[in-house]
Design a protein around this ligand. Sequence first.
Ligand SMILES: [Mg+2]
Length: 368
Amino acid sequence: MFFFKLFLLSFVPSTLSHDGFNSHLLPRPLIMQYPEHTETRFEKSNEELELECTSWRFAVETNNLSPWKTIPEECGSYVKDYMMGRGYKADLERVSSEAGIYAMSLQLSGDGKDVWVFDVDETLLSNLPYYADHGYGLEIFNPVEFDKWVYRGMAPGIEPSLKLYEKVLNLGFKVFLLTGRSEKQRSITIENLTKAGFRSWDKLILRDSEDQDKPATVFKSEKRSKMVEEGYRILGNSGDQWSDLSGSSPSNHSFKLPNPIGYSLLRDPRHNKGLAFTGNERDSHYLRGLLPPVVLTHQLQEKKLMHNICQYQVPLQRYTALMELQERNERLFYKLLIDNVDELLTVVYTPTVGEACQKYGSIFFQSN
Ligand SMILES: [Mg+2]
């Protein structure tokens, strides 16, 4: 019954902030419209804006950026132009070409143990059509909607990656595909990859049930370590996220594909632990500098959150704060509810949820 009630809530999500609740309780619009007829208004600042957005994209690609949930609103047009224009393609071609030169420079052992690892999404397959429907990163990443897209099996192949893929196969590499997709998505992933022209891989490694809670870096590091234990030599690795390439048992040479829309651990509510990330986890996931230095247990985070929530006098504000938490840190959200069900049930169910339904249009931010 309780979870049925919680189910109702999933229709009424809310605004977000980073740790600590902000006062901006009203949502931003779901659909960001690219401004029209702004040439005159932005004529003088276009160059500056482009410079700033290029600088921001550089920080993304070099993994230097503080936590972010969406691309900067002012860079919406820039990112769209980059992704749909020549820039993204040229960057993909550059990575593929350099990786190909490197692959050809190697002397393979011929014992079938030389491996090239490829990530799947935004490395072999492009989800650009999905992002085009979701503001090119202006909307907060929604894993449920994204999974629906994955199950359509319509992601086009990334042409420069296909060239590299065929090259390393022809050179005699074993090709291992290592993806954060779920094991449940194996069939559709194979179907989609085949449709996009990818063939003859030696292993397709997906997240099993025991891997679901692992951050990408941990999951991929474990799988790479297993490859090494089995005697494989990982000579090349291609991925669009740092979590594809970093961690233990890294490749001799990693190739980072461009992806300014990509998403980080801190943006994934299923894996984000916020201040509960330990020192070691922060090191292994490159979270140093992205979080305040203090490490708080889930228990302390719970206390802090309950204190914050109790500051709100208006039930709808409490409700919005809880929805915000759900989107930011799902584990903590459910822990908080389970441990404080007496206090919070009236917030997440009757009567507050009724008011939330009535004001759905006002507090709607994105569907879960
Ligand atoms: Mg990827």
